[in-house]
Design a protein around this ligand. Structure first.
Ligand SMILES: Cc1cc2nc3c(=O)[nH]c(=O)nc-3n(C[C@H](O)[C@H](O)[C@H](O)COP(=O)(O)O)c2cc1C
Length: 196
């Protein structure tokens, strides 16, 4: 997808009923919306997620951020989706570069996950972790479970976020099984299989 196409995309539709000028019950609707948001946040805190760092390089500057909202989209062709806040410091670079790498973290990487979610942003974040330029040309984290290099195929905006659809172009996978980093209820942890 070209830079011009990405910029020409329409803004997300406003689906918030509380903004409807004809609505005579604005206050109640606003309260309902707030309650729904609070409950939804609580529910999603209970969903365990694998943790990854999304990285890119744009105009010679590296950008990266911590995400849990990443999942495979399809195997044919290999593709994944990442949901990114459009106000995140890395967002513009992710879109403009048109390429990004999803580095799946291990339990050794909890500090890295924190570092990539707060200031400083841009290149300064990369003093944390064993980064190198991968065969894909993208910032690649040594010691990650897998580094998945993608070309940005499309972008769907909704509310504060955008779903980036990444067509997988290149993979580096750690041959040994590694303990993945998991995030649940605001805490980092691990995964243990249920025994029979
Ligand atoms: C464990 C964890 C998971 C996160 N998952 C996401 C995510 O999936 N999408 C997202 O946009 N931000 C996510 N964030 C927030 C971003 O990493 C980052 O904090 C936020 O975008 C502000 O970053 P900035 O200082 O680069 O603007 C997550 C943060 C943490 C600590």
């Amino acid at each position: 997808m070209s830079e011009a196409e990405l910029q020409a995309r329409p803004a997300a539709a406003d689906t918030n009923d509380a903004n409807d000028a004809n609505d005579t019950n604005d206050t109640n609707d606003a309260n309902d919306t707030e309650e729904l948001t609070t409950s939804f946040r609580q529910a999603m805190r209970r969903l365990a997620g694998g943790v990854a760092l999304v990285s890119t390089v744009h105009d010679g500057v590296r950008h990266g951020m911590t995400v849990t909202a990443v999942t495979s989209l399809t195997m044919d062709p290999p593709a994944l989706v990442v949901s990114v806040n459009r106000h995140a410091s890395a967002f513009e670079a992710l879109v403009m570069s048109g390429r990004f790498c999803v580095n799946l973290l291990t339990q050794q990487h909890a500090d890295l996950a924190v570092a990539f979610s707060r200031k400083p942003d841009g290149d300064a974040r990369f003093v944390n972790g064993a980064w190198r330029t991968g065969e894909s040309g993208l910032p690649t984290l040594d010691g990650s479970v897998a580094s998945i290099a993608c070309r940005l195929h499309d972008l769907v905006e909704f509310g504060t976020h955008a779903i980036l659809i990444g067509a997988v172009e290149h993979l580096e996978i750690e041959p040994q099984p590694m303990a993945p980093l998991v995030y649940l209820s605001g805490q980092f942890g691990g995964f243990w299989p249920l025994t029979a």
